[in-house]
Write a protein that binds this ligand. Sequence first.
Ligand code: ARG
Length: 378
Amino acid sequence: MGFDTYNRTVVNSWNEWDPLRHVIVGVADKGCIPVSEPAIEYDVPPEAEVEGKRGQWPDELIARATEELDNLANVLRKRGIRVDRPTAIDFDKPVVTPDFEHPSMIGCMPARDVLLTVGDEIVEATMSYRARWFEYLAYRPLLLEYFNSDPNMRLTAAPKPRLGAASYKPGYFADTNISDFGTIINKADSRYYVTTEFEPLFDAADATRCGRDIFVQHGFTTNEKGIDWLRRHFSNHRIHKVNFRNDPDPVHIDCSLVPLRPGLMMANPDRPLVMEAGKEDLFARNGWEVVMAAKPAHAKPQPRCYYSIWLSMNFLTLDPKTVVVEETEVYQNEQLSRLGFEVIPIPFRNAYSFGGSIHCATADVHREGTCVDYFHRQ
Ligand code: ARG
């Protein structure tokens, strides 16, 4: 099926692997240096040229990331996939609501974090960082276009959070040096996360979709109330709360649990998965194999990138036989080839500091297929 078939906008995506036909790829335009806030403490590496600076990233860094993001868009287009791009707003502006003020926004590179597509619906996540309160505005031109052209598309904004003092545990990071991962891991392992249960909070990237079953990471960016909201909202689905141990920054599931195709899940060998009581062997009892991801090729994160080296497993699946992977992640690439995938390697490391790797930078609009129940035995 060629491009023309999908020129007409149809919002439809139920999982992470069915053939991709229409996708959003983020942009680095106007991206800003993130500023610490109650939900997150940024450790600016001393060697980074941005130390002490605020506001937009230097033009040169934006240009390098743009080149890689544009290349991703072109690689997808050449394969007949429709690619849309968000419209950057002036992110270097304070975020002001009646409940808080924060000096600036971040950008609109990681579309995955904000938009959760389930079937014919796109949900704008509540988000949980103050800097990201208005990020959905960068996607509104596209979302309204989809709403106008697809009569079945459902456009939903999850309840806007207050993100005032009541939403965070006071001084969560204050009593630890943030490079002291041990202390934070201890807190996180006992599920003492930075957000409170004052209101529903979730980032879209904490969810990963497998048809009727959606797995949602409970951690720093998604609280139990956020998962409860998703459970009530997607009442025809089964929403599974998952936790990961040994992760100093439990945010966004796509470096921890990555569905590859029906029956095959990839997990992070450093972060043991904890399922809810009674669901411990959900994968095994439904005939799913869980493979451990290959080790990352890099010993340290990319400079100015605030995510871990496990961005190695943050690839984009184009169909059950094809994946787009960062080109320097040689071990991950080899493993995926061994698992039977055609691997399309692309450069992406300059884009990392704008919000992550290839899966982070994209959001599904249309994949072929319908809502399938892959987990009959609950
Ligand atoms: N928590 C992940 C790690 O550093 C990063 C996930 C980024 N994902 C995203 N959608 N922004 O290992």
